[in-house]
Each structure stands twice: as C-alpha cells, then as structure tokens.
Design a protein around this ligand. Structure first.
Ligand code: ADP
Ligand code: MG
Length: 254
C-alpha cells in the first residue's frame, strides 16, 4: 500500500456557471483520519463525490492508493476510464451518506451482502458470514433479519457503515454521518467511527462535530468557497486557526 492513500491535486468542478471546487489540494495518508469542516455550500460533498467518482472533475486529478481514479492525464488532456474500470475502482472506496441510503426492501444482512455478491462475485454463504462479523462489530449482531424501517436512525447508520466495510475498502468517506440523527443517537455512530479509527482505517469525515474532530482526527481541513483555506493537526486548526474565515466559522459552531 502507498503511504499516501488519497491525493487530490488542483481539482476544479463546475456545475454550469457555478464553480464549486476551485483548485482543491488534499493528501490523506494511509491509516489516518481527516476531518473536513466548512460552511454549507463550501463544496465538501462535491469533493467527496469527486473522490468516489460520482462527479467528474473539470481540471486536476485524484489518485487512490497510487492509482489515478477515473481520469488519465496526457499532457493537458483528460481521458476518462471505461465505465467498467470506474466501477472496479469505486469498489475500493466506501461511502456513508447523511441519510443512510439503505435498500428499504432488503433486510440488514441482504443490504450487507448485495455489493460483495453482485460486484465482487463473492459466494453468498461467505458474504453472509462476513456480514455477521461486521454486524457484531457495529453492535447489531441481532438485527441481521430486520428491515431498515424497523431500526432507529443510529442503528440504520451503523448498518450503512457495516455495508461500506463489506467491500473491504481502502478508504471510507463519510458525508455528515450524524447530521440526520436525533442528538441522543449521535454518540453511538461516532463511537463506531472512533473504533474504526483505532484500527487504522483510512477515513475522510465531513462533519460539524468539533469534539469528534479534536479527539479522532489526525488532520483537520477547513474548506470555504471551494478551496482548502487551512489544514493541519486538530490543535492547530481548531485552537489556533491562522485564517479569519476559519475563526469566523469556528466561532459559530463551537
Ligand atoms: P457542502 O457539502 O459544503 O454544503 P456542496 O458540495 O453540497 O457543499 O455544494 C456546493 C455548491 O454546489 C452549492 O452551491 C450547491 O448548490 C452546488 N451543487 C452541488 N451539487 C450540484 C449539482 N449536481 N448541480 C448544481 N449545483 C450543485
Ligand atoms: Mg454537504
């Protein structure tokens, strides 16, 4: 494995006339947790979506574990990978959404084995055994046969995390994983993410939970207006921000 798991260089992304990412540079080292902070509309979700190849970049490049994802450069030209290669590369990246995005008509266990069986052609029995281990890990061993609607939001999000882990991703991306939860359910989801951090899972977490960032992040990245305004260890960015925009944001969320 490369020492750098995710590298984002000079990434620009526009939607029509709206330039949402205006030259983003980011480096995530293997085994580290990066927390991305920033006001609404600053481009955080778009950044995660470009890393997962749900959005194509207009300029710049992204690599995962040393492999350019989705784009090949040749001089100034960008070549897109074939859809098949994009899908293969995407299986290396886990994505956890704000609103869980579980398949409502499938049980918890079926949610977990869907991608391993369909995308990786794992035998169903083997996939079920590994699903059981993952559910144990997120504290939901007894919920394998339940449907998402029978679970609390916190439980659904823990299932979504287990489902993302089922593909044994090289990196896990979280887009505000606790923003849709009632306050009393936030802790159980953050505890699962903390446990993953302890075992060296490479993660990028977009969140407004500053306490979590302080405790778990190896690096904190502050975005505003489609650029990374500042980044560094949590103590530096959160306690001694160098930029006025970072100070203004932190004074609102702390
Ligand atoms: P954040 O996650 O930091 O709140 P987003 O990345 O979701 O920010 O959005 C940044 C800006 O891009 C917003 O102004 C949003 O409306 C716009 N945007 C995001 N996705 C699209 C899209 N698919 N089409 C048009 N505009 C979009
Ligand atoms: Mg967002």
């Amino acid at each position: 494995m490369s020492e750098v798991m995710v590298e984002v260089r000079g990434v620009h992304k526009s939607f029509g006339p709206l330039e949402v990412l205006r030259g983003v540079d980011l480096q995530v080292r293997t085994g580290e947790v990066t927390v991305v902070l920033g006001p609404s509309g600053s481009g955080k979700s778009t950044l995660l979506r470009t890393i997962n190849h749900l959005e194509k970049v207009n300029r710049g490049w992204i690599s995962i574990d040393g492999e350019l994802i989705g784009y090949r450069r040749s001089g100034n030209r960008l070549y897109e990978l074939k859809e098949r290669d994009v899908l293969r590369q995407r299986t290396h990246i886990g994505f956890v959404f704000q609103d869980f995005n579980l398949f409502p008509h499938l049980t918890v266990a079926e949610n977990l084995i869907e991608a391993p069986v369909a995308a990786l052609r794992r035998p169903r029995k083997e996939a079920l055994a590994s699903a059981a281990r993952l559910l144990e890990r997120v504290g939901l061993a007894d919920k394998a046969g339940a449907y998402p609607r029978q679970l609390s939001g916190g439980q659904q999000q823990r299932v979504a995390i287990a489902r993302a882990l089922a593909l044994e991703p090289k990196v896990l991306l979280f887009d505000e994983p606790t923003s849709a939860l009632d306050p009393e359910l936030v802790g159980e989801v953050l505890d699962v993410i903390k446990d993953l951090a302890r075992t060296g899972t490479t993660m990028i977490v977009v969140t407004h939970e500053i306490g979590f960032a302080r405790e778990v992040a190896d690096r904190v990245v502050f975005m505003d207006g489609g650029v990374v305004v500042e980044q560094g260890p949590p103590a530096a960015v959160l306690d001694a921000p160098r930029h006025e925009r970072t100070r203004a944001f932190l004074s609102k969320v702390l």
